[in-house]
Design a protein around this ligand. Structure first.
Ligand SMILES: NC(=O)C1=CN([C@@H]2O[C@H](COP(=O)(O)OP(=O)(O)OC[C@H]3O[C@@H](n4cnc5c(N)ncnc54)[C@H](OP(=O)(O)O)[C@@H]3O)[C@@H](O)[C@H]2O)C=CC1
Ligand SMILES: O=C(O)C1=N[C@H](C(=O)O)C[C@H](O)C1
Length: 250
């Protein structure tokens, strides 16, 4: 049997899944065991002694996938979006019955995206106004993006802790949607445009100045190093880990 961590992929034929499979196959310390796509049996993973499974599928199916993995003692590294607090609590409950199993769920595995969320969190208390714009390819199912949700929550937390109120806004007449959605009181705007991959801007403003924190994933290979970091680390992190920050020592 080949040596290394035995890794499978849920959603292996998807846009990100294909990049992850190539990344696993190129790594000397990892062995690609199985890919499971829509209609395939997840038992492929247990039948091939898979130790870690990466999931890039769809918000509608990821919870079932995770239940299967946890019940079968397989660690998971999850990029699929759609994780509400309720979903995270459910995963935590499943994990409490499976000591030793680790699950990492991160809204964005691109290193620059993780850093940009941190930068936005640090800057949030210094500015009167903050809004988030996320820009993605038109095949994306969810809006706002998981990254934008997390960014807005981190910004809101930082502003609340510093006693900073809501961003000023005199709008009284509005075409529905014109001011975007609100996540924890922070405005988030979603653009879907052919030609884009995954991009985000956090705009901050105060008297006489603005600051823009922008991240661009130009290619889906941008997610691979973060995912492989998770794959290598998750076996030593039983329980639920949310976000890549701890694995990057941030
Ligand atoms: N955290 C991060 O860094 C990132 C997260 N994402 C998220 O990852 C997810 C996938 O994105 P993307 O690759 O662009 O999407 P794609 O639609 O290209 O890929 C999803 C794949 O999962 C397959 N699939 C659907 N249902 C199942 C199932 N029950 N079991 C196994 N496979 C299944 C799909 O098959 P079929 O096409 O036949 O339905 C498809 O091949 C999204 O939620 C996206 O937001 C994306 C990029 C980065
Ligand atoms: O669907 C995508 O493409 C992406 N999804 C994630 C998100 O919703 O934040 C991560 C990245 O933005 C790409």
């Amino acid at each position: 049997m080949a040596q290394g961590i035995r890794v499978g992929v849920f959603g292996s034929n998807g846009k990100v899944g294909r990049a992850i499979v190539a990344g696993i196959e190129a790594a000397d310390d990892l062995v690609y065991t199985a890919g499971v796509d829509k209609g395939d049996a997840p038992e492929f993973f247990s039948d091939t002694d898979t130790q870690v499974v990466v999931d890039f599928t769809h918000p509608d199916v990821v919870m079932n996938n995770l239940k299967f993995l946890i019940e079968n003692g397989i660690h998971a590294v999850v990029g699929t979006t759609g994780f509400t607090d309720e979903r995270l609590a459910q995963v935590g409950e499943w994990l409490s019955a499976a000591p030793g199993v680790g699950v990492l769920i991160a809204p964005n595995f691109a290193i620059g995206a993780v850093l940009s969320m941190r930068f936005a969190q640090a800057a949030a208390r210094f500015y009167d106004s903050v809004e988030v714009i996320e820009l993605h390819h038109p095949n994306k199912a969810d809006a706002p993006s998981g990254t934008a949700y997390r960014t807005a929550s981190l910004i809101a937390e930082a502003r609340a802790a510093a006693g900073v109120g809501k961003s000023p806004d005199a709008t009284t007449a509005e075409l529905e949607g014109a001011r975007g959605a609100e996540v924890d009181g922070v405005r988030v705007h979603s653009i879907r445009l052919a030609g884009l991959v995954a991009h985000q801007e956090v705009l901050l403003g105060t008297q006489g100045e603005t600051l823009t924190i922008r991240h661009d994933s130009m290619d889906r290979t941008s997610f691979v190093p973060g995912v492989l970091l998770g794959v290598r680390g998750i076996g030593d992190r039983p329980g639920l880990t949310v976000g890549l920050d701890d694995l990057l020592d941030l």
